[in-house]
Design a protein around this ligand. Sequence first.
Ligand SMILES: [Zn+2]
Length: 67
Amino acid sequence: MATNSIGGSTALDRLRRRYETTEKKCPACGYVDDGANWTSRTDGRQVVYRHVCPSCGAGREHTFRLG
Ligand SMILES: [Zn+2]
């Protein structure tokens, strides 16, 4: 089963949602991803949000430090 290791962190959920709503448009090709398939991972010290454009494959990352 796939599990989200940062489940329960509502602040992180909000941050992710902010990226999903404000960064829909790919800066490389202009494609607007309504699905906003951001993924997140954390090592306990920082969270990395990553999105790969389904149109051109360009990757974007945002790193958010915890604490
Ligand atoms: Zn793109």
